[in-house]
Design a protein around this ligand. Structure first.
Ligand code: ATP
Ligand code: LTN
Length: 338
């Protein structure tokens, strides 16, 4: 009997800050939907995280917290390979190789590097600059077909594709490329959730302003309060116009991403009612959406031995996939096999 191999999906989140509703709607929730159909690998990208200074104790704690949240969101550790990036040495090894096939001019164009350099002007380290190359290594190591991410990662993914194509052109045969060229998978709604206080910039998990983001572990009262105070505009009309009314458009996107309700239907439902009821409805939808995740989280986080077992198994399964690809790359480069 021939069994068709499932395509590989790979994605990652940095264990920095606290997971937000943006991470959930832009990434995590979509990961869960893919677990039956694809061979999915999801990484806690700790090597990426040290491009900004981290407290070691907090970083370790956060990795467990994030893993527990992944599972609480519905990712089954049997069906998915859940792992820590630093446990699989091949990531750093392939990143070095790909460095030699990535142009400085390409990295200079990365908008995330520009944004993060501005935010951390006192620590613009080489790792921050090289970040997209490590991400390309994460993806290309697994023969990845699809990469589910939010909109902000599109440019990095484009770079990973360009590097793969360049490498294939040098070392692959037309019918036998070294790397599969990955495709982005960006959700139609929820791909770019904006801050509640600053709706022109994306909601981000390492933002200091508590009220700008909804965190996955926020209780109902905090969520209600954050939406009540969310910045809108001086008008009173629930209408989707991102340029003119970014705050309202963001709240509409959140509601639509959760309930599936169209913008037109929302517009009709809240016509003539001002923003109060609308904001309360968005808060209610978010509270209900996060309730089951929060209910499962405590037990999962409490079982640290169980989480360690998940990571042990994840590291072994990930390495078994990644190592043959690294060996192939070393081989085509002319390195002597070990
Ligand atoms: P940081 O603030 O630490 O840079 P982040 O919130 O941008 O973090 P990442 O770890 O960089 O989170 O991203 C994890 C995943 O979540 C990525 O797929 C990213 O595209 C997605 N994501 C992050 N923020 C948002 C957002 N506001 N809306 C939709 N998706 C998002
Ligand atoms: N760069 C991404 C995180 C990330 C990633 C990856 C996403 C690292 N490696 C591989 C998809 C695939 C970010 O900042 N959100």
């Amino acid at each position: 009997m021939t069994q068709t191999k499932k395509q590989v999906v790979l994605s990652g989140i940095q264990p920095s800050g606290r997971l937000t509703l943006g991470n959930y709607l832009g990434a995590l929730r979509n990961w869960v939907r893919l677990q039956e159909q694809y061979d999915c690998c999801y990484a806690l990208v700790d090597l990426h995280t040290i491009t900004a200074r981290q407290d070691p104790k907090v970083l370790r704690e956060r990795c467990y917290e994030f893993l527990a949240l992944y599972i609480a969101c519905g990712l089954d550790p049997q069906k998915n390979v859940l792992f820590v990036q630093s446990h699989v040495a091949a990531h750093a090894q392939l990143a070095w190789v790909l460095n030699c096939y990535t142009m400085v001019g390409e990295l200079n164009r990365m908008t995330q590097f520009k944004d993060k350099s501005q935010k951390n002007a006192d620590n613009i380290n080489a790792g921050l600059y090289d970040y997209p190359v490590l991400m390309a290594a994460d993806i290309l190591l697994y023969d990845t077909a699809k990469v589910p991410v939010g909109d902000d990662q599109k440019q990095h993914l484009e770079l990973a594709r360009d590097v793969a194509i360049r490498f294939n052109n040098i070392y692959g045969a037309p019918d036998k490329p070294v790397f599969r060229v990955p495709e982005p998978m960006i959700p139609p709604v929820g791909a770019r959730i904006m801050g509640l206080q600053e709706p022109t910039a994306k909601m981000s998990k390492s933002d200091d302003a508590e009220s700008n983001a909804v965190y996955l572990l926020d209780g109902p009262d905090a969520i209600e309060r954050k939406f009540k105070r969310a910045v809108t505009d001086s008008g009173a009309e629930v209408r989707y116009a991102p340029e003119e009314k970014p705050g309202v458009a963001n709240l509409m996107s959140i509601l639509s991403a959760i309930t599936g309700e169209s913008f037109e239907a929302m517009q009709a439902r809240f016509a003539g009612q001002g923003y109060g009821k609308f904001k309360a409805a968005v808060a209610e939808a978010v509270i209900e959406c996060l309730k089951p995740v929060q209910a499962r989280y405590k037990d999962i986080r409490g079982d640290e031995a169980g989480l360690k077992r998940v990571l042990q198994s994840g590291a072994e399964r990930a390495a078994a996939k990644a190592e043959p690809m690294l060996a192939r790359v070393h081989d085509v480069l002319g390195f002597i096999p070990k």
